[in-house]
Write a protein that binds this ligand. Structure first.
Ligand code: CP
Length: 318
């Protein structure tokens, strides 16, 4: 594996290799000395053209726990604000000697451009590009589902038969897309729930059932996993969004809806959350919620991805 650009091209075996490697990484994090020497002498650059808390910190922690040198680059305060292009920025990283580049960019396809342009030799990891993909988020979500639903029996297995309902601003969500491709590959049944205006154009033909009523979806799909998505106001045209009260009433995961879920169902959210809009505090903080586990698992999953891409010890294709 040279790059991790999306989940759409991952095979079942590749996905399970990453998830099982993440289990190995998680086990090392229980030890007194958590640092592994695996990437000693390698340099990982975090290249963030959009804001991030979880993904950036998690990649930084993951690279450091593998003993890599880490350079954090934020477009704000850099020469990008003076008009420097992605190509010139990339070539600067090449000159510094980056072995891995973790990139978040508002333009869909920017990580692929970086990986295929020939500007750099480094492995490229997509940390979220436009509305396209966020592969490590989907992998950490699948890792969390496996652990919560199957416990000790999760190693080596897929998510065959698991019912996952993804709710909210699907149209702008790279998390929803990466989850759909990965979950379908792993055998889960995926449903999207959103008002008509927040379902992506072109989603006909995707391996997903679409609902417009959350209550109907919860009754029909009997979900093992309810994944709530953030309303992305910064990408939203006002015409696409019902008012907040109407949205919370019809598509928010509130306490009565949580009470109606099956005993084994879990509640996920990639963060950051709009409490009181797409999710109530009762739901976000309930024992069913995996929100903080997702963050913790993200470090193990990103350690696995960096290890598989940069150590040269094992590999899966792109
Ligand atoms: N889930 C996620 O991508 O969060 P950040 O934007 O904080 O990285």
């Amino acid at each position: 594996m040279r790059h991790l650009l999306g989940t759409k091209g991952l095979t079942r075996d590749e996905a399970i290799l990453i998830l099982d490697t993440a289990e190995e990484m998680a086990a090392t994090q229980q030890r007194e000395v958590r640092k592994l020497p695996t990437l000693r002498g390698k340099t990982v650059v975090n290249l963030f053209f959009e804001d991030s808390t979880r993904t950036r910190i998690s990649f930084e922690a993951a690279a450091k726990r593998l003993s890599a040198d880490v350079i954090n680059f934020s477009a704000k305060g850099s020469s990008v604000s003076k008009g420097e292009s992605l190509k010139d920025t990339a070539q600067t990283l090449q000159a510094i000697g980056a072995d891995g580049v973790v990139i978040r960019h508002p333009a869909s396809g920017a990580p692929e451009r970086l990986a295929t342009s020939g500007w750099i030799d480094a492995g490229v990891l997509n940390a979220g590009d436009g509305t396209h993909e966020h592969p490590t988020q989907a992998l950490l979500d699948a890792f969390t589902m496996r652990r919560r639903l199957f416990g000790e029996a999760s190693r080596g297995r897929d998510l065959d038969g698991v019912s996952v309902v993804i709710v909210g601003d699907i149209a702008h969500s790279r998390v929803a897309r990466s989850n759909l491709w990965l979950l379908d590959t792993l055998g889960a049944k995926v449903s999207f729930v959103a008002p008509e205006t927040l379902i992506p154009f072109g989603s006909r033909g995707w391996p997903v059932t679409i609902h417009h009523s959350l209550d109907e979806a919860l009754r029909a799909e009997r979900p093992d996993v309810v994944m709530m998505l953030r309303i992305q106001s910064e990408r939203m045209h006002a015409a696409f969004f019902p008012n907040e009260r109407e949205y919370a009433r019809n598509w928010g995961l509130d306490d009565p809806r949580v009470a109606g879920l099956s005993d084994r169902a879990i509640i996920m959210h990639p963060g950051p959350m709009n409490r009181g809009l797409e999710i109530s505090s009762g739901a976000a903080d309930s024992p069913r919620s995996t929100v903080l586990e997702q963050v913790a698992n993200g470090v193990s999953v990103r350690m696995a991805a960096l290890y598989l891409l940069l150590s040269g010890e094992r590999g899966v294709s792109e």
